[in-house]
Write a protein that binds this ligand. Sequence first.
Ligand SMILES: O=C(O)CCC(=O)C(=O)O
Length: 300
Amino acid sequence: MPAPGRRGPVLAAGRRDDAGHLYQRDFLGPRDRELVLAWLSGLEPLWEERFSEHFPPPPGQAQRRLLRPVWWLGNWQFACLGYYRPPRGTRDRCVRAEPFPDVLARLVARIERLVHARFAPRDVPAGWRLNTCLVNLYGNRLEDGCEVDAARVGEHRDFEPGPVASLSIGERALLQFVTPSRAGERGRVALEQWLDDGSLQVFGGERFKDRLFHRVQRVDRRGGFDLPPAMADFRTRRVNFTFRWVPDRHVVRFRDLGPEARADVRGYVERLARTSPHFRQELEAERRRGADGGPASQRP
Ligand SMILES: O=C(O)CCC(=O)C(=O)O
């Protein structure tokens, strides 16, 4: 267990109770790091809007773009359809996406072994495997010639069942686990962890997954990182890969989404299809079904 301090987890009131939280600073070797960066160079991440025609903003809220561009592997959870949130929020939320590239598939196999060795069996649900990845790009957006820092994430929980694993590249980031706060109040920090370049963090169990929220408080600038992919309106200084599990029965093909959900994400899927053979095939499968007069929607 690392000593508390700059590199290890810092716990509120000096408590040493980090069962359910694991941190390995040097998880990613140099060769795999190169392969991950090469894979990132070929991406055209999507910068999604929070709402859509059929899922409009609630009264008093305006349409807005997400803070950062993202990419998903395994399944894509479009912000406008709502993120996966069992038991009720499972339908039309997880759209089958590209599989993991080889380098990430190998890293995931290592992480799964680590989880089975280090986490209590009660915290690893039957069938758990890391089949979903959210790739978050942290940095500055370029607005009217100015750079605006967008490198943070507000407090939230990840609702996919079982442990969640997070691999970081680039500038270190301060991640905090906090107690739930009421509107206008700040949550109490229960544990904070600097996530270094090449590090792995895994958290699971009742405390870290079900009770505490987590947030990215800030991302450093001292390393001078400028990471791929090159984008016209965003400079990336940190990339985080968050691996999760969505049971297969909740992952739906684009063509099998309900008509409203399909209409709302069609533009995104068309953009993804510009660089992704998977999404090109999914568009074609949907077109063929329409041409064959098949059912407009098949739901699980
Ligand atoms: O960037 C990170 O380290 C955390 C990302 C995160 O909280 C999430 O993707 O849910």
